[in-house]
Design a protein around this ligand. Structure first.
Ligand code: NOJ
Length: 548
């Protein structure tokens, strides 16, 4: 009698693994290079599975590893069901999943459904086909406007700068909300929909546990003629009728995806990268009948400030409840300046300008930035919901702001006429050891130059140091697993505007001093702290977990 009951209970537990998981984002080209070609690869990930297990993460999310000409760092996919040759093979992928699962680590892959690469066979076929052909109907092709069609079909703009239309020699234009090498798919086309269902099953059949869905709010577009005007890159209305973003119809797509997810045991999970105009609209992506979870980037956008943090937490826990999901928390990812650097720059600093000055203006206070980043991370890891970490943050890496122009790969650099440096500074290959050509990343130099400052921050150096950022992450993640309880949080009054204190069920307390002066620590045993604590005092810009 007992056995089947236990099995059922285990399955339920497993189906909910994502709700409070710690997910580690891998940018594969920059993680570990196993074959010395300067590019991180899947075998490199497999070789570091022990590191990830010791770090204590529950899942890894891999940014795209598919064949790609890298017009947008891999978010221009030429084949959704294969591995880029420079990153390995499908057999390497399967070996990686096996190693991950053996280490009790789930695997999440990135799905990029809004656009393909211009090198995708479908787009190549469309280029060779006639206007009005079925091949062109998989994308968004239109005749131009103006007397001879020389004006674009609409005023839509690209997220990377410039207009969202490119003209072909035969006179037609195609739509790309990102780079010209990323033509947008037509999600009104049944073949497109079916092909993505196929892709989802393809990876699920290879043991993938979940998906991160790129630009999830942009797939459904109002393509009725005449095309409506739209000159922003975010939804402007709350009712789902914006011409391009967060349209009501997008959820029909995800309802179909959900059927695929739920046909597996345990059901596959997904997290939407969806820029919605309100909490209620974001909840539609996160509900259990939709993708199941949605990113919120509120913490990532917040200043290191007690009131701001409290508002973000309260709002997002409410939203998650509304959605029937759990909240997500993010401080860094492959698209933004690392949080250790953001927090070392003056409030309100323009990161783009800082990058273009090669990190000279304003001056980065590295020590303060890292101190705050460690406090912020420890705060985040105590929250109910899933925490998403970005590779290298566990080493306390700073943004590499002084990458030379000749090394830059992000299309933003060229597309903006060298005005914006883009996102390469957070994508620099990881340092694994303090010496060697690429600090242990591979046997030769990496695809982006690493600064000398990476040497003392290498994994090998930090493992030996109990006070290192890596040691802090390892301790915190181990404790998080032990302490993990119901998704509840209660604020405890602190009497100080600079201090936040919340309690989780079971006597797990998190206290953060956002100010600079030490404050008395509340009662409890210090389980872990982001900086030195002593004499019953919590120093400035420090978080401590207390158990009672
Ligand atoms: C969001 C991804 O995170 C980003 O890296 C990419 O450039 C765009 N989507 C377009 O796919």
């Amino acid at each position: 009698m007992t056995e089947p009951v236990l099995l059922a209970a285990d399955r339920t537990l497993d189906a909910d693994w994502w709700r409070q998981a710690c997910v580690y984002q891998i940018y594969p080209r920059s993680f570990a290079d196993s074959d010395g070609n300067g590019i991180g690869d899947l075998a490199g990930v497999t070789s570091r599975m022990g590191y990830l297990a010791d770090l204590g993460v529950d899942a890894i999310w891999l940014s795209p590893f598919y064949p790609s000409a890298l017009a947008d760092g891999g978010y221009d996919v030429a084949d959704y069901r294969d591995v880029a040759p420079e990153l390995g093979t499908l057999a390497d992928f399967e070996a990686m999943v096996e190693a991950a699962h053996a280490a009790a680590i789930k695997v999440i892959v990135d799905i990029v459904p809004n656009h393909t690469s211009n090198l995708h066979p479908w787009f190549q076929e469309a280029l060779a086909a006639e206007p009005g052909s079925p091949a062109r109907d998989r994308y968004i092709f239109r005749d131009g406007t103006g007397a001879d069609g020389a004006e674009p079909p609409s005023d839509w703009i690209s997220h990377f700068g410039g207009r969202a239309w490119t003209r072909l020699p035969d006179g037609q234009w195609y739509c790309h909300l990102f780079a010209p090498e990323q033509p947008d798919l037509n999600w009104d086309n049944r073949e497109v929909r079916d092909d993505f269902l196929h892709t989802l099953r393809f990876w699920a059949d290879r043991g993938v546990d979940g998906y991160r869905v790129d630009v999830a709010h942009a797939l459904a577009k109002d393509l009725s003629e005449p095309l409506r005007s739209k000159t922003t890159v975010l939804p402007d209305v709350l009712d789902g009728t914006d011409p391009l973003f967060d349209r009501n119809e997008v959820h029909d797509i995800y309802a179909e995806w959900r059927e695929v997810f739920n046909s597996y045991d345990p059901p596959r999970t997904a997290v939407a990268e969806a820029f919605a105009p309100s909490a209620a609209r974001r909840a539609l992506y996160a509900r259990p009948t939709g993708l199941g979870q949605a990113f919120n980037f509120d913490l990532l956008q917040a200043d290191f400030d007690a009131a701001a943090y409290r508002t973000v937490v309260t709002d997002n826990l409410d939203q998650a409840l509304l959605a029937g999901s759990s909240s997500t928390w993010v401080l860094s990812n492959h698209d933004v300046v690392r949080h250790s650097s953001r927090y070392g720059l003056p409030v309100g600093a323009d990161y783009a300008e800082w990058l273009i000055s090669d990190g000279r203006e304003p001056v980065l206070d590295e020590v303060t930035g890292l101190r705050r980043a460690r406090a912020a991370t420890l705060f985040m890891l105590a929250l109910p919901g899933s925490a998403y970490l970005y590779q290298g943050e566990e080493l306390g890496l700073h943004e590499v702001a002084d990458l030379p122009a000749a090394a830059l790969q992000d299309p933003i650099w060229l597309r903006t006429g060298n005005i914006l440096k883009g996102r390469d500074g957070c994508r620099v290959p990881l340092p694994w050891s303090s010496d060697g050509d690429s600090y242990g990343f591979g046997s030769g130099a990496g695809w982006l130059p690493q600064p000398a400052g990476f040497a003392p921050l290498a994994v090998s150096a930090q493992l030996a140091d109990p006070g290192s950022t890596l040691s802090l992450y390892r301790r915190a993640l181990r404790l998080r697993r032990e302490l993990r309880v119901d998704e509840a949080l209660e604020w405890v009054a602190t009497g100080s505007p600079d201090m936040l204190h919340f309690a989780r069920p079971g006597g797990w307390h998190c206290v953060t001093n956002f100010g600079t002066e030490p404050v008395p620590l509340p009662a409890g045993q210090v389980a872990v702290a982001s900086g030195p604590v002593g004499d019953g005092m919590l120093p400035g810009e420090t978080t401590a977990w207390l158990t009672r």
